[in-house]
Structures are given as structure tokens and as C-alpha cells.
Ligand binder design. Structure first.
Ligand code: ADP
Ligand code: MG
Ligand code: MG
Length: 478
């Protein structure tokens, strides 16, 4: 693709205008942070989602590689989740210093203690990658197993880009077919619908656990709309979804003697978490009570506490150690494929790694057990934090992992935010959505479910769209 900074200014104006109209008409929108009720009242204070005006180049080989990895990671998550001792042991030191992870582990312990088994297991994951420029390797940033955002909106971005490319085919000279079809919303919805079917109670609902004041609500509404109108079900059943905060679930929820979860009088078949991944989601004991209540019920949890813990950074680092993947997977080719995408990952009790990171802090990222962006430590702060931890000799080091810093290729791009277009230099992170559903020994679904490309200004360390660091994008295969 040629440099979008050189696009004729008149054409650029037209493209931006068309992109804004398209986004508004097709629901590629988020709640506007400048509008007071935008997180509580749907239809009030909407703004187009922050987007890249045109898709950005991505090599087809690495795209294929990322897609191929999806079912393997799905299987890995399922296997790891069944090994309660592995999860508890891996996180045992972190537990002592990280109150949030400790609470999650307490719920997990409780589940182990009462011998609760999840026969029906649903995972809606997103594995994120960056393409390292120097080595030309596709390296995994992290695997998200809870509350993966943008499956509702990212398919719209791909559609927008395809539409712009075909409408302006002549002046842009680009082929809209090079933007891969992205079925993220309908694929995730299909998995949720299939899980609902497995629960076998036609009057039960899908419950979305939401944060109060969620401005990214349209992303979620796209998904639930797609569940309610899913071709898997539409002719046979009428599925309803409800939205509840953790506090509401505590106030309105109960478990019947047979394990059935009822919230506000509705029987819940599937719990889909779009909250509950961050300490701020649990401002009081009430929210923790809700989480435990759900976990103890027979509803299908997406994710279960075991799937949630399998997605922690500490587990990612443990799985990257020699001979650990072999404990969970048999297929040697699969293991090799996973290992190929692992970046360098170290525990802070590895004194060589810590020494190197103090000498060369720019080559590392330090990560706590957190989700949602904005939590990592970069550059000189890595050095300062490591030195402080060494000096204090504190156990706090167990809260973190060290990761090799990946440096993707910087490219020129045009970003549109709040109706204003910016010519920037940026880097991209590719997320592959995937769904896994099994009922006892039968795997009902294990597949790639579309993608999320996020592009961020290259001077920014973090890449969260909701956190305001990045925009939604799609890819142009080269
Ligand atoms: P979170 O769970 O909060 O999203 P991530 O591990 O994805 O945590 O880190 C947040 C962001 O930080 C990523 O989206 C990416 O932009 C950046 N980042 C994370 N790890 C690395 C890395 N190893 N190299 C370069 N950038 C990274
Ligand atoms: Mg994450
Ligand atoms: Mg991330």
C-alpha cells in the first residue's frame, strides 16, 4: 500500500466524510465521553468509534499463522483450566502480594473444594499478536480469556474499509477483497447461542455482566442482538438476553436447590462477562458475593473462574517455560507452533533476567496481573521499579512478570477520532477472536471467529481503544 499521507487532500476529505456517515448509519459507534448520559442511556451521546481511515498492510503468511493458532490455544486453555493444582501453584506467590488475584484464587479454591465440575465449557477468547520488525516473527502479546472487547464492532470496521476501498477503487488503486471477511459478531453470537442450546432450558436467558456506565455498550449490543437473531436459533427458539451489573446480581440473584441461577426472576443459561476482570469492578463485598454466586451455580460461565485464571500473565509466563506445554498437549506440531509465537517471558525470581532488564530496560515490558490496558511498566520505569523491589527485598516482585519488548514496524496512517482526521505514524496489534465450546467429551465448537486490528500512535506504549490509546482498524493482506 502506498503512503496514505500522500493522498490528495480533496479525496481525503471525501473519504473521511464517507467513513463518518457510514459509521453513524451502521452502528460503528461508542458512547461519547463528553456526553454525561452516554454510558447509561442507549441512543444518547453517541460518537463514531475511533478508526483508522483505511486498512493497514499485514503479511498474509502471518495472518494465516495467527488464524491457525486459534484452535490450538483454545484447546490449551481448556486443558490448563482443568488442572486446578497447576493454576493454584503457578499463582501461589502472586497470591501473597496481589489482593485481586488472591480473591479470584479464593473462588477457584472454593470450586475445587466442593468438587464442582463444569461439564459445558464456553470460551470466547482473543489472542493478541505483534509482528516484530527485526526478527519478522509474529509474537503473542497475551491471551485474553475474559471480557474480550470489540467482537461487536471490529467486523463493522472491516466492512467499512471494504466499502471505502470498493467505492474509491480507481483513485486509491486498492482491492477491497484483500481485507479479510470478518464475522466476529456473528461467530461469537453463534457460540453463545450453541452454549444456550446445550443448557437445554428454552425459557432461560443469556445474562451479560456489565460495568455500570459502560460507554462501549454498542459493541455488546451488537453481540446480544446477533444472539437473539442467530440463525442457529431463530426458527426454533426465542432467546432473550439481560444485562446486569455485579451489584445487581448480588441484590437480585439466588441459586435454587438444583443449582439453577435465577436473577431478577429469570433463569440464567449462559453468563457472559463483560465486567469482573479488574479490581475496580469489585468496589465492595457485594460484587465478590455475586461472582461467587455465579461460579457456584449451574449456569454456563463465559469464562469460568478457571478459564479466567488461565488467561493471567503469570500463567502465560509459566506456559512458556521448557516442557510445560508438553504437560497439556500431545501433538508435537501444535506445541511447536505455539512455542514459535512465544516472546521471551520471565519471572522476577530469575536473577539473570532481572539483571539484564536493569541494564537494558527499553528491551523489556513489566506486567502485573491486570487486564484492560494502562497497567504495564516501560522504559526507565522498568529499571527504577526493579531496583526498588531489589532494595526493599519485598515479595511484591511476585506480582509481576517480565516480557521481551516487541517492536513492530512503524508505518504512516490516517486516524479518525471525534470526527477529526490525524496523519500519524503508528504500529498495529492483531487480535484473533476464537470460540471453544464443549459438553463433557464432545467438542462442539473450536474455531477462529474473526479479528480485531488495533492501531496506535507509535509514541504510545499501550494500545487500548477503550482506554483511549488506539483506534479500531482492519488489515490489508500483502
Ligand atoms: P492488557 O491485558 O492490559 O491488555 P497487554 O499485555 O495486552 O495487557 O498490554 C497492553 C498493551 O501494551 C498491548 O496492547 C501492547 O500495546 C503493549 N504491550 C504489551 N506487551 C508488549 C510487549 N511485549 N512489547 C511491546 N508492547 C507490548
Ligand atoms: Mg488482556
Ligand atoms: Mg491486551
Amino acid at each position: 500500500m502506498s503512503d496514505p499521507h500522500t493522498i490528495d487532500p480533496e479525496l481525503l476529505q471525501k473519504l473521511v466524510h464517507d467513513a463518518l456517515v457510514w459509521s453513524s448509519l451502521h452502528g460503528l459507534v461508542v458512547g461519547d465521553r463528553n456526553a454525561e448520559r452516554s454510558g447509561s442511556v442507549p441512543g444518547v451521546g453517541m460518537v463514531h468509534a475511533p478508526i483508522a481511515l483505511l486498512p493497514n498492510s499485514f503479511p498474509e503468511v502471518h495472518w494465516n499463522q495467527a488464524c491457525e493458532l486459534a484452535p490450538i490455544f483454545n484447546e490449551l486453555v481448556d486443558r490448563v483450566s482443568l488442572d486446578g493444582k497447576f493454576l493454584q501453584d503457578t499463582l501461589s506467590r502472586t497470591k501473597k502480594v496481589d489482593a485481586f488475584t488472591s480473591r479470584l484464587l479464593d473462588i477457584h479454591s472454593r470450586v475445587l473444594q466442593i468438587g464442582k465440575k463444569e461439564d459445558i465449557r464456553l470460551g470466547l477468547h482473543r489472542s493478541d499478536y505483534m509482528l516484530d520488525e527485526n526478527t519478522n516473527l509474529l509474537l503473542q502479546i497475551e491471551l485474553n480469556t475474559i471480557s474480550c472487547s470489540f467482537s461487536g464492532l471490529s467486523c463493522l470496521v472491516s466492512e467499512l474499509h471494504r466499502s471505502l476501498l470498493s467505492h474509491y477503487e480507481k483513485p486509491l488503486g486498492l482491492d477491497s477483497q484483500k481485507v479479510p471477511i470478518n464475522m466476529s459478531a456473528s461467530k461469537f453470537a453463534e457460540a453463545l447461542a450453541k452454549a444456550w442450546t446445550e443448557y437445554s432450558n428454552p425459557s432461560a436467558v443469556v445474562m451479560v455482566v456489565v460495568q455500570p456506565g459502560e460507554r462501549n455498550m454498542y459493541d455488546q449490543h451488537w453481540l446480544t442482538l446477533s444472539v437473539e437473531s442467530n440463525p442457529e436459533l431463530i426458527n426454533t427458539h426465542n432467546v432473550t438476553s439481560i444485562r446486569k451489573t455485579l451489584a445487581e446480581i448480588d441484590a437480585q440473584g439466588k441459586i435454587l436447590s438444583d443449582g439453577t441461577l435465577q436473577v431478577d426472576g429469570e433463569t440464567v443459561a449462559v453468563i457472559y462477562f463483560r465486567a469482573g476482570y479488574a479490581p475496580t469492578d469489585y468496589p465492595s463485598e457485594s460484587e465478590w458475593k455475586a461472582r461467587l454466586l455465579m461460579e457456584e451455580s449451574s449456569a454456563i460461565k463465559c469464562p469460568s473462574i478457571s478459564y479466567h485464571l488461565t488467561g493471567t500473565k503469570k500463567v502465560q509466563q509459566e506456559l512458556a517455560k521448557p516442557n510445560v506445554l508438553e504437560r497439556f498437549l500431545e501433538n508435537k506440531d501444535d506445541i511447536a507452533k505455539l512455542r514459535e509465537c512465544f516472546a521471551g517471558l520471565w519471572s522476577l525470581d530469575d536473577s539473570d533476567a532481572v539483571k539484564n532488564a536493569i541494564q537494558q530496560p527499553g528491551a523489556y515490558v513489566m506486567k502485573p496481573q491486570r487486564e484492560g490496558g494502562g497497567n504495564n511498566i516501560y522504559g526507565d520505569d522498568v529499571k527504577e521499579t526493579l531496583l526498588r523491589l531489589q532494595k526493599e527485598g519485598s515479595e511484591e516482585e511476585a506480582a509481576y512478570i517480565l516480557m521481551q519488548r516487541i517492536f513492530p514496524t512503524v508505518f504512516p496512517t490516517v486516524l479518525v477520532r471525534d470526527g477529526i482526521c490525524y496523519k500519524e505514524h503508528a504500529v498495529s496489534e492483531l487480535g484473533i477472536f476464537s470460540a471453544y465450546l464443549r459438553n463433557k467429551d464432545t467438542v462442539l465448537s473450536n474455531e477462529q471467529c474473526g479479528y480485531l486490528m488495533r492501531t496506535k500512535v507509535s509514541s504510545s506504549n499501550e494500545g487500548g481503544v477503550a482506554a483511549g490509546f488506539a483506534v479500531l482498524d482492519s488489515l490489508y493482506l500483502t
